[in-house]
Design a protein around this ligand. Sequence first.
Ligand code: ACO
Length: 325
Amino acid sequence: TKRAGITAVGHFLPEDKLTNSDLEKMVDTNDEWIRTRTGIKERRILKDKDKATAFMGAEAAREALEQRGVDAEEIDVIIMATVTPDYLFPATACLVQEAIGASNAYGFDLSAACSGFLYALSTGANFIESGQARKVLVIGSDKMSSIVDYSDRSTCILFGDGAGAVLLEASEDETGIIDYIHHTEGDTNGALCQPAGGSMNPASEDTVANRLHFIKQDGRAVFKKATVGMADVVAEIMEENNLAADDVAWLVPHQANLRIIDATANRMGLDREKVMVNIDRYGNTTAATIPLCLYDWKDQLNHGDNLILAAFGGGYTWGSIYMKW
Ligand code: ACO
């Protein structure tokens, strides 16, 4: 069987920036606190009222296809990782399929919060390896501003909007996705969720009045879990594949907090120059962070480079992927 390789990467970032000094005018916070606690300086916000997650995902997908010179009609499967779907249904993947004209593709959404892109990437790789699909689009897109409470200083500083997309095709050599380890732990005690809008708490005057359609996070509890979870899973995948720090060209971490990223790199014994970090510019874009890193660094990546991808998020969900670029 052939491995699944990433043959193109596209992205979309809204133009509007929300800086730390903008946030100082909205909630009781300050630039210094945000930078030292999170590493974030600014985020992008999709302000257009008539555009959402599917729009950004489609833009990212189009760029990836153009880069590779692939026609949308050649796509077999679209996997859309998001926690901010345009609608609860139809799936956002269906909207993207229509928007880009991928008339021969089927698609579905995958909900794993900040680990969404990794879960989606390994799922897509399985389709390629099994021979069931030749070309798979894996997209991570989130309009986090649609569920962020801009009166809650503990969460509104963290998130931004954006999308990234990769094209998966069978690799012609030994490069591609080699291994993955994913974990789920459903016992979170509500530490990270969007309580209302689903079948448990459908939208009502009460859910709106109580601001239950926004993200709720117990930052301290999630921070502890994320720091341990990401470092552990990276150690696990390196051990499983007999990788030492010197073998790793890049760590591609989910961008939730610079301190979580640093803890993971320290555990690996990896120099900071080998860690992709763009949280300062985009904040946490949930499913989009990892493909946005791949996009920003693609010109620095060499064929055959060992990459370790890692994420931790709501669910809880976490995981790691080992791939050769
Ligand atoms: N500005 C100023 N002060 C603030 C702010 C703010 N924006 N937010 C909180 N504070 C205050 C708190 O009220 C608290 O004050 P107190 O000591 O008087 O009670 C103090 O700062 C410390 O608060 P903590 O929550 O303990 O701060 P912490 O160092 O943990 O940083 C943060 C908070 C950045 C949210 C951190 O906990 C974090 O990054 N958590 C994990 C986030 C994450 O990884 N999420 C998973 C991915 S998201 C997803 O899956 C959708």
